[in-house]
Design a protein around this ligand. Structure first.
Ligand code: FES
Ligand code: MG
Length: 585
C-alpha cells in the first residue's frame, strides 16, 4: 500500500450557492425548485430555515427489533440539535436495520443492501453532509461503504457498547459468555434455572455487544480511519457523554459540508493501514478483515489478506478486552482512556498527519493517556506479542483463510487430526452430539457450504459446537475449519473464511471424513494430507449444489457476491467511482 500526501492548512469554505442542496432549493426561476420549496412549506419550514444552509442527512438504523440500536431514536434528536446549533438543516432518514441477534440467515447477507441504500439515498436527495448512526456488526461497514461511494461528507456516530452484564459476582460479556455458559449447561455444570437467570443478566442496557466483538472492533476501525470524533467509539450507549458526542457530531457535519471534505479524501491507504493496525492491536474480530477489505475497495485502496498478516507481525495486542484479552469489557476500556489512549501507545506504527473528520489524525490522539495499565497494556507487557489474526494458506485454502489464534488454546495451534465432515449447518446441528460419529478431542471438525454463496451470507457458523460427550470430559476447544465466519465474540481454534468456498468448488468441497488435516499457525499453513491425484479424482466427481434462489435480492446477491478474500462486496459496487449527481432541473 502506498500513502497519499497529507492535506494540511485551512480548506476553503463553499459559498451557499455551491452547496449541493442549492440545486434543489436555491435555483430561481425553475418550476422544480419552486415546487421543492412549496413542499418544504408543506413540511412546515420557511426558506430561511433551510435555504443556503447545509442539509445534513441523519441516517438512522434504529428499530424496535434491534437492541443494539434501540437508543438511536433519541440520539438522532441530539444529532439534529447539533446540526441546528451549527446553522445546518437536519433531515432524518430511516434506513435498514441489521440486527445481529435476529436477522436470518445472517445480516451479512444484507450488508451490501444497506450500503446500496445509503449510497442511493445520499445521492438522490438534497444532502450536503451526513451523520451515520449504527454500530451492530454490519451496520458500520455498510454505512461507511455507502457514504464512501456517494462521497458525501460524513461523520459516523458509533452506537456505543451496552453496559457490562453482572451475575453472581461475575461480569458477563455479551456473546462470549453466552457461548461459554451454554457449553457449561450442555456439560451439565449449569442448571436450567441458572441459565434462565443468566439470560436476564447478560445484556442489561441498549447498545452493541460490549466485548471486543465485531461491533466494538468495527466502530474502533471507523474511529481509526478518521470517520468519527475522537474517543467516540467506546462511549457506552447509555452514558450521557454519548448524547453529547452525538450533538457534537451533528455540529461537525455542518462544518464538513462547508469544506466539502468527503470520505474519498479521508479514506487513504494510510488510513486503512492504521485501521488494520488498530484492529490487530485491539485483538479485534476476524470479521474486520472482510469489512476493511470491502471498504478499502470502495476507494480503490489495494488492501489484501496478506497485509493483515504482515501488519500483525509488527503489532502487539494491548487491549485486554474479552474475548481476545482475558479480563475486561468495553466500559473498562472506555474508562482506561478509550481508543485515543490505546493509540497513544502505538503512535510509532501510525500515520499521524492524515486528515480525519476532525483535523489531523495525530490531533485526535494528542494528550491522550492510559489510566489503567491492565486494560490497555504497555508495550512491555502485551496481551500477545503479535496481532491476534493470522492468514493461512495451503491446498485447502489457496485464496487464504484466517484464524484468531490469540483466542484459541495454544496446544491446538500446531495440530494434525482426522477430519469429521459436515455438509451443511443443519446436518451438523442435528448430528454433532452423536457418539457414533467417533469424534475425539483430536478430530478436526469440518463445516462446508457456509460461505458467501453457500450460506448464503457466510453466517457465523464457524465456532462449531464441541460434542457433548467431549464437553463432559472437560474438552473446551478443538480445531474447527469452515468457509463460514464466526462472531467476533466467539473464540477457539476456528479456521474461518476459507477461500474459495466449498459451494463454488473450493478444495474444502473435496474433504472426506477420515482425511488428515494439518494446521500450523506458526508456519501459516492449513493442509489436507491427500495427494494431488486423489484430489483431482474427487474434483472430477464433484458437482455444484443447487442454486439457492433466483428471486429478488437473493438472485442479485448470488450474481454479484465476491469471495471472502476480496471482501464479499458486490462485484458491481467494488471499486472507486462515483455516479454523477442526478439533478436535472
Ligand atoms: Fe449487535 Fe452484538 S448483537 S453488536
Ligand atoms: Mg456478531
Amino acid at each position: 500500500m502506498s500513502g497519499a500526501a497529507p492535506r494540511t492548512g485551512p480548506r476553503p469554505r463553499l459559498r451557499p450557492e455551491q452547496l449541493r442542496s442549492h440545486q434543489w432549493y436555491g435555483t430561481e426561476g425553475q418550476l422544480r425548485t419552486w415546487s421543492h420549496n412549496a413542499r418544504m412549506r408543506q413540511l412546515g419550514y420557511e426558506a430561511e430555515e433551510y435555504r443556503g444552509r447545509p442539509v445534513v442527512a441523519v441516517l438512522n438504523t434504529w428499530s424496535d427489533i434491534n437492541p443494539c440500536h434501540v437508543h438511536l431514536r433519541d440520539r438522532a434528536e441530539a444529532v439534529k440539535r447539533g446540526v441546528w446549533q451549527a446553522g445546518g438543516f437536519p433531515l432524518e432518514f430511516p434506513v435498514a436495520t441489521l440486527s445481529e441477534t435476529y436477522q436470518k440467515p445472517t445480516p451479512m447477507l444484507y450488508r451490501n443492501l444497506l450500503a446500496m441504500e445509503t449510497e442511493e439515498l445520499l445521492r438522490s436527495y438534497p444532502v450536503d453532509a451526513a451523520v451515520l448512526l449504527g454500530g451492530c456488526d454490519k451496520s458500520t461497514p455498510a454505512l461507511l461503504m455507502g457514504a464512501t461511494s456517494a462521497d458525501v461528507p460524513s461523520v459516523f456516530v458509533p452506537a456505543g457498547p451496552m453496559l457490562p452484564g453482572h451475575w453472581r459476582g461475575e461480569t458477563l460479556g455479551s456473546g462470549t459468555d453466552m457461548w461459554k455458559y451454554w457449553d457449561e449447561h450442555r456439560a451439565g455444570n449449569l442448571t436450567d434455572c441458572e441459565l434462565r437467570e443468566l439470560q436476564g443478566a447478560l445484556a442489561r442496557s441498549p447498545g452493541h455487544c460490549m466485548t471486543m466483538g465485531t461491533a466494538s472492533t468495527m466502530t474502533a476501525a471507523a474511529e481509526a480511519l478518521g470517520m468519527t470524533l475522537p474517543g467516540a467509539s467506546s462511549i457506552p450507549a447509555v452514558d450521557s457523554g454519548h448524547e453529547r458526542m452525538a450533538a457534537a457530531s451533528g455540529r461537525r457535519a455542518v462544518d464538513l459540508a462547508w469544506t466539502a471534505l468527503g470520505p474519498g479524501e479521508i479514506l487513504t491507504a494510510d488510513a486503512f493501514a492504521d485501521a488494520v493496525t488498530t484492529v490487530l492491536g485491539l485483538g479485534g474480530s476476524t470479521n474486520a478483515v472482510i469489512h476493511l477489505i470491502a471498504m478499502a475497495g470502495r476507494v480503490g485502496v489495494p488492501l489484501a489478506l496478506d497485509d493483515f498478516d504482515r501488519i500483525a507481525r509488527g503489532v502487539p495486542v494491548l487491549a485486554n478486552v474479552r474475548p481476545g484479552g482475558r479480563t475486561h469489557l468495553m466500559e473498562d476500556f472506555h474508562f482506561a482512556g478509550g481508543l485515543p489512549a490505546f493509540l497513544s501507545r502505538i503512535t510509532d506504527l501510525l500515520h499521524l498527519r492524515r486528515p480525519t473528520v476532525n483535523g489531523l489524525f495525530g490531533d485526535q490522539i494528542e494528550g491522550a493517556a492510559v489510566h489503567d495499565d491492565d486494560v490497555i497494556r504497555p508495550r512491555t507487557n502485551p496481551v500477545a506479542a503479535e496481532g491476534g489474526v493470522a492468514v493461512l494458506r495451503g491446498n485447502l485454502c489457496p485464496d487464504g483463510a484466517v484464524i484468531k489464534h490469540i483466542a484459541a488454546e495454544p496446544r491446538l495451534l500446531r495440530h494434525t487430526g482426522p477430519a469429521v465432515v459436515f455438509d451443511d449447518y443443519k446436518t451438523m446441528q442435528r448430528t454433532i452430539d452423536d457418539p457414533g460419529l467417533g469424534i475425539t478431542a483430536d478430530s478436526v471438525l469440518v463445516l462446508r457450504n457456509s460461505g458467501p454463496k453457500g450460506g448464503p451470507g457466510m453466517p457465523e457458523y464457524g465456532m462449531l459446537p464441541i460434542p457433548r460427550h467431549l464437553l463432559k470430559q472437560g474438552v473446551r476447544d478443538m480445531v474447527r475449519i469452515s468457509d463460514a465466519r464466526m462472531s467476533g465474540t466467539s473464540y477457539g481454534a476456528c479456521v474461518l473464511h476459507i477461500a474459495p468456498e466449498s459451494y463454488v468448488g473450493g478444495p474444502l468441497a473435496l474433504v472426506r471424513t477420515g482425511d488428515l488435516v494439518t494446521l500450523d499457525v506458526a508456519a501459516r499453513t492449513l493442509r489436507l494430507d491427500v495427494d494431488e491425484d486423489e484430489l483431482a479424482r474427487r474434483r472430477a466427481g464433484w458437482s455444484p449444489p443447487p442454486v439457492r434462489t433466483r428471486r429478488g435480492y437473493g438472485a442479485l446477491y448470488d450474481d454479484q457476491i465476491t469471495q471472502a478474500d476480496t471482501g464479499c462486496d458486490f462485484a458491481f459496487l467494488a471499486g472507486p467511482g462515483k455516479v454523477p449527481d442526478p439533478y436535472a432541473g
